[in-house]
Design a protein around this ligand. Structure first.
Ligand SMILES: [Zn+2]
Length: 69
């Protein structure tokens, strides 16, 4: 069993998780995130390390990061 630690929603500060699951799938979109803020429609990617978590907005298509100037 893997437990993803609790995070805070970057928008409203609400706690997301902790979540335990047998398998942690990679999250590339909001629906795949195990930790979500339904109010803000923001999901946290399924990284165990909080420093590596990316926040995914449900209404925002995933795009590669823009190149740095
Ligand atoms: Zn929120």
């Amino acid at each position: 069993m893997i437990t993803l630690p609790r995070l805070r929603c970057p928008n409203c500060g609400k706690a997301m998780g902790p979540v335990s699951a047998k398998e942690i799938p990679p999250a590339n979109k909001f629906e795949e995130c195990l930790r979500r803020c339904e109010k803000c429609r923001i999901g946290a990617s399924n990284a165990k390390n909080p420093a590596k978590v990316k926040f995914i907005h449900a209404d925002q298509p995933q795009e590669p990061a823009p190149p740095k100037p």
